[in-house]
Design a protein around this ligand. Structure first.
Ligand code: SF4
Length: 454
């Protein structure tokens, strides 16, 4: 390996050029962080590998929201060790929310890990790798100011037709079951101009769709160029005014702080996509209170009513936790009643996962796992029913599709996303990749639609 001086970041360091592989688990914010790590590593002189075999540095960005995600990463490390993918010379860096949550413990849990980083310290990775290689020491670095990362990262690389843009870090809501406020820290918003500049760079690279990310985007409060504090709704109008942004999505938009100003922006700005994800978590007011969600199921119904009035064709998806400590059959029935009232589109549902250190982890949880599983099956079957009905209703309609690439199943077909986030597959030339086209829906399959280019 040749030697290279890092174009650096906080402190210039001597780095050995080599190869790296990035693996990612978890939410879109982790996907964004993983993309930025790739930009960073390339800028520091490393060459990316798409497989972990033979990589000098393996970087894993992982999730801590459910215990299952943590188990997965340690199982993966064990498998790679067994297969000889990780050798004594491989530098293994493990980070993301798991890094903040478990920090020093990770080094005890898996001896092959050399570096532990947090969601706020990913930008220091080249320096951590250099330190580890020079001294042979293990490095744990998980504490930093939330916005330092964004200032230190290099310019964005190519992203394809759609790009994630993180507008804020952390969350201050402290829902009783959630580990995120302890791993990503308190909410901090990026300055408005930094976000707009990042989007302009993406557009210059051919990106058509911007997907804004934050744990709770409604509470965005970023510094404006005028020195005032801008709200999320103003940010939406600013982004919509950028030439070349053709579609705008945002996640996660919690029911808390979903003000009328945001609803008005959705009514005013046709570039905001027709699908919105608003986690409700439960339909029982008693459970919502235990979860510390600060709204009732009727508040949620009212919010969705207003949204549908502002944008009649909007598709609402959600997250639901089943089997929260103390959840009774009556509570679960309230959730089912809400599902029937709202008729959610494609949604996510999970059995509650106890996260040590959260208030809910201390609550008595006497509901047998089998009972929780039964509730989950019942819920998922109903959610699937509504999602299928929405797909079927798209038969014969014309959809505006952002073409993302070639279909995995048929190289003569392209795949893209409709405004409501459904995947649409159709015959077309690869030159269409990255553009928005009209497609008539001619066939509805369980999770994909087939169509004909207009
Ligand atoms: S809003 Fe609640 S569930 Fe979402 S990240 Fe914040 S604390 Fe966690």
């Amino acid at each position: 390996m040749a030697e290279l001086t890092s174009i650096s970041l906080n402190h210039p360091v001597k780095l050995q050029m080599g190869t790296f592989y990035v693996g990612v688990w978890g939410c879109q914010m982790n996907v964004y962080d993983a993309d930025r790590i790739r930009d960073l590593m390339r800028a520091a002189g490393f060459v990316e590998k798409t497989e972990p075999q033979g990589a000098d540095v393996i970087i894993l960005v992982t999730c801590a929201v459910r215990a299952k995600a943590e188990d997965k990463v340690f199982n993966q490390l064990a498998a790679w060790r067994h297969q000889g993918v990780i050798t004594k010379d491989t530098v293994v860096a493990l980070g993301g929310c798991i890094g903040s949550e478990l920090a020093d413990q990770i080094l005890k849990l898996d001896a092959t890990v050399n570096i532990v980083f947090g969601p706020r310290t990913a930008h220091r990775l080249p320096n951590m790798i250099a330190r580890c290689r020079t001294t042979g020491d293990k490095v744990v670095d998980v504490e930093a100011n939330a916005l330092e990362k964004f200032d230190a990262l290099p310019e964005q690389g190519q992203r394809g037709a759609s790009a994630f843009v993180t507008i804020m870090e952390g969350c201050s809501n402290k829902c009783s079951y959630c580990i995120v406020p302890y791993t990503r820290g308190e909410e901090e918003s990026r300055p408005e101009q930094d976000i707009l500049d990042e989007i302009v760079t993406h557009v210059a690279h051919g990106v058509k769709e911007i997907h804004l990310l934050g744990q709770n985007v409604n509470s965005y409060r970023g510094l404006t160029p005028e020195g005032t504090i801008g709200r999320f709704s103003s940010l939406l109008y600013e982004i919509a005014a950028i030439d070349g942004v053709e579609r705008l999505r945002f996640t996660t938009s919690n029911p808390m702080e979903f003000g009328d100003d945001i609803i008005q922006a959705i009514a005013d700005l046709p570039i905001i996509a027709d699908s919105i994800h608003i986690p409700v978590q439960s339909g029982s007011d008693r459970i919502l209170q235990l979860m510390r969600r600060n709204y009732t199921s009727d508040d949620y119904r009212t919010l969705i009513g207003k949204l549908r009035q502002a944008r009649p064709n909007i598709y609402i998806s959600t997250d639901i936790i089943v089997g929260f400590p103390g959840e009774t059959d009556a509570d679960f029935n309230e959730t089912m009643r809400l599902v029937d009232d709202i008729k959610f589109d494609t949604s996510f549902s999970f059995i509650y996962s106890k996260r040590p250190g959260t208030p809910a982890a201390e609550m008595a949880d006497e509901v047998p796992l089998e009972h929780k599983r039964q509730h989950l099956y019942t819920l998922q079957a109903r959610l699937e029913e509504y999602a299928t009905q929405y797909s079927q209703a798209m038969y014969g309609t014309r959809q505006r599709v952002l073409v993302e690439g070639v279909s995995r199943k048929n190289e003569h077909e392209l795949k893209g996303r409709a405004s409501n986030n459904r995947i649409v597959v159709f015959a077309g030339e690869p030159s269409l990749i990255g553009s928005l086209v009209d497609v008539d829906i001619t066939q509805v399959m369980s999770h994909t639609l087939k169509g004909q280019l207009v």
